[in-house]
Design a protein around this ligand. Sequence first.
Ligand code: ZN
Length: 224
Amino acid sequence: MDDVPAYFSELGRLRMLGGDAALDFANTRHWRDGREIDFLTGYSALIDWAAVAGLLSNEERDRLKAAEAGMPLQAADVFSAAIRLRDTWKIYLGEATRTELPTASLDEPLEGLRRMVTTALGAPELAIAGLPSDPLAGADMALPLARAALAIGAFLALPHAGTLRMCEADPCGGVFLDTSRSQKRRWCAMDTCGNRVKAQRHRLRLKAEAVEPDRGQSKTERPS
Ligand SMILES: [Zn+2]
């Protein structure tokens, strides 16, 4: 898992473990060490993350970065729209990974999400063609939002290899596509969530074993 791209920020390392940019977008907010961390702290973080996730080219990232200083209000609007889209997407994914749910119960949240994706796509030529090649034409600050919407739309519309799953480490909330042949991938990554679950189980086992001898003792001490 060390070969996947990672976004580095002051909050730590965020690896692209979802197997799809739309899932990596959802994973920008998740639980780690008992607290929920949102890696998207502002427009600047959004475009840096989007470049690592493959949703912006490095050239697009650089041009948006340069444009942000001159258009802080537009940047802030795009950022809050991106957060709203991501949080709705996370709610949908939470429902979609609950296996006991009948598929029909997803219709309503899916409909709301589709409307949001369509709005966030805005002018479709922006998401698909990207920034105008003429630097004088300026940068459209909404590009990272449009690209995230494009990724979610593609995820919903296209068939994908693997099964959508939510990490079993609790709490984590990470989602990923299980593309393993055995279809038994349970965690974002073995070296983080997997190890945490194993260490937790180990601690519980030690605790249980520590209790056992006392019980044995009280049994032997009991007068017969
Ligand atoms: Zn996890």
